[in-house]
Design a protein around this ligand. Structure first.
Ligand SMILES: CC(C)(COP(=O)(O)OP(=O)(O)OC[C@H]1O[C@@H](n2cnc3c(N)ncnc32)[C@H](O)[C@@H]1OP(=O)(O)O)[C@@H](O)C(=O)NCCC(=O)NCCS
Length: 136
């Protein structure tokens, strides 16, 4: 493992490949967005990319801010940002089936379950739910 500039270089095998991808500058720029509060303090991140007419989103609230009822507002803010920037027809995301808190927030934000699928990640196969919602 070595640090070159802002890129963490790892052996590209198994789950490490994904981490290297996440950290690689060319992928990070344009797809990964920091979410800041009014004081410029980091409160979380979004990943946003277009696939056809769909905006595919991923997100994370800063760990110490979770579980305080902030989830829906955070998700809505990211969607509004993505809507303006990418002008999609539909919003799509995937969430681990065990992540009931996130699924609850997505349902509150108007997402419905589209399908369930198995995905190999972090060295195991896990069940994921794909959820979608119209833009407005
Ligand atoms: C997913 C995430 C945005 C949710 O935001 P949050 O602020 O933590 O969630 P909230 O406090 O707003 O709670 C949302 C709802 O989940 C419920 N909830 C909380 N913990 C729960 C649990 N363990 N199981 C089921 N529901 C739960 C809350 O009661 C609330 O429901 P309510 O409005 O009916 O009371 C945030 O937790 C997060 O970023 N987590 C880490 C990364 C992650 O999971 N990302 C999503 C990957 S797809």
């Amino acid at each position: 493992m070595a640090l070159r500039g802002s890129v963490l270089v790892l052996r590209l095998d198994g789950g490490r490949r994904r981490l290297a991808l996440l950290l690689s500058e060319e992928v990070r720029l344009g797809r990964f967005f920091s979410a800041l509060d009014e004081d410029g303090v980091l409160v979380g991140f979004f990943t946003l990319r277009m696939e056809g007419d769909d905006l595919v989103i991923g997100l994370g609230l800063r760990p110490d801010l979770t579980g305080r009822g902030l989830g829906r507002g955070f998700v809505e803010a990211g969607i509004e940002f993505g809507r303006r920037r990418f002008d999609p027809e539909r919003i799509r995301l995937s969430v681990a089936a065990f992540n009931e808190r996130a699924i609850r927030v997505y349902e509150q934000a108007g997402f419905t379950h589209a399908r369930t699928f198995d995905h190999e990640t972090n060295g195991g196969v896990h069940s994921f739910v794909e959820m979608t919602r119209p833009v407005s």
